[in-house]
Design a protein around this ligand. Structure first.
Ligand code: SAH
Ligand code: SF4
Length: 336
């Protein structure tokens, strides 16, 4: 076993019984690791001393905060150090009513999207389920308030790590207490994986990173679009809506002069026709490696107007955390 975090209450009960302890200790263990923030079995003072000491090597699966930076808008970026010294990012985004955590699903990302700092930084490995759950607990503890929402929009492509992401979603829902409807998984689209997710009939929101209104443009921005073309992706998305009955979100990054012209908006509206969906426009956040520009407010407004004329539900997401390099697409495991 790698770590205890991510295990359900029945699984923890079974585990303590295997260690020769009574089942109720599993319940205590559950409470201590998910509610009380125990970082090692040695912390769990209700356990018999001898057992605690003999179990000292068993990992709960917590990371340590390697670096923390706060933007003027209260958004906090964390660099977290994992057991093998890899560094990942998590971001805490507070509002009056909510505390949202943007979690990573991989160390780096192999997809190599042209506008994304994570994509430019290469790929190391998938995160284990406990490493995903830990990010939420870490932000919750640091803010001293309960996390209400989780978005898989940090480093990595969640659907390349579906198995562990599913375990983490279950645990965040049942063990940490975050409603499924308050969680969003964002994907650039991996063949067959959207349908695989649909089969699990979850209530989580799926966000699909589209970023282009046609195949030629999408290939330029997203290398994997060559192997998994837009029409196939859209067909899978339609099937997803049919199976789950859930509305999809499409994300569309706005790059000045590249994909933000009125004809792109019209083409996008055409793609959305008859679709139960919501379009989230994300004005580009600058990264060092490429010289894309963020469109002007006026251009963004024009784009929104065209979509609205076609009755597409649309919103603009002005990313927070820009000053802390914590905004969408700026995540890389570096101190800024
Ligand atoms: N790999 C997944 C989830 C992580 S990226 C995905 O691509 O969907 C989360 C979101 O941030 C995606 O919509 C992504 O396109 C967006 N993003 C990436 N780079 C960005 C940048 N430079 N500015 C704004 N948004 C960006
Ligand atoms: Fe990976 Fe998403 Fe960045 Fe593309 S946008 S490189 S899929 S993290």
């Amino acid at each position: 076993m790698v770590a205890l975090l991510g295990l359900s209450q029945p699984e923890l009960k079974e585990w303590v019984q295997q260690q020769g302890q009574p089942a109720y200790r599993g319940q205590q263990l559950h409470q201590w690791i998910y509610q009380k923030g125990a970082r090692s079995l040695g912390d769990i003072t209700v356990f018999p001393k001898q057992w605690r000491e003999s179990m000292a090597e068993v990992a709960i699966g917590r990371s340590s905060i390697y670096y923390r930076s706060q933007a003027g808008d209260e958004t906090v970026k964390y660099l977290l150090k994992l057991a093998d010294n890899q560094i990942i990012e998590a971001v805490g985004i507070p509002t009056e009513k909510r505390l949202t955590v943007c979690v990573s699903s991989q160390v780096g990302c192999p997809m190599g999207c042209d506008f994304c700092a994570t994509g430019k930084g290469g790929f190391k490995r998938n995160l284990a389920a406990h490493e995903i759950v830990d990010q939420v607990l870490t932000v919750q503890e640091d803010f001293g308030r309960r996390v209400s929402n989780v978005v898989f929009m940090g480093m990595g492509e969640p659907l390349l790590n579906t198995e562990n992401v599913l375990v983490a979603l279950r645990s965040l829902n049942e063990d940490v207490g975050i409603g499924q409807r308050n969680m969003t998984v964002s994907t650039v689209g991996i063949r067959h994986r959207i349908l695989e997710l649909a089969e699990h009939k979850l209530q989580v929101t799926l966000a699909v990173s589209l970023h282009a209104s046609n195949q030629v443009l999408r290939e330029k921005l997203i290398p994997s679009a060559l192997r998994y073309p837009l029409d196939e992706l859209m067909a899978e998305c339609r099937e997803y809506v049919k199976i789950t009955g859930r509305r999809l979100t499409f994300e569309y990054i706005l790059l000045a002069g590249v994909n933000d012209l009125p004809e792109h908006a019209e083409e996008l509206a055409e793609l959305m026709r008859g679709f139960q969906c919501h379009v989230n426009l994300i004005p580009y956040n600058p990264i060092n490696e490429v010289d894309y520009q963020r469109p002007s407010k006026d251009r963004i407004y024009q784009f929104v107007k065209v979509l609205e004329e076609y009755n597409v539900a649309v919103s603009v997401r002005y990313s927070r955390g820009l000053e802390a390099d914590a905004a969408c697409g700026q995540l890389r495991a570096m101190k800024s």
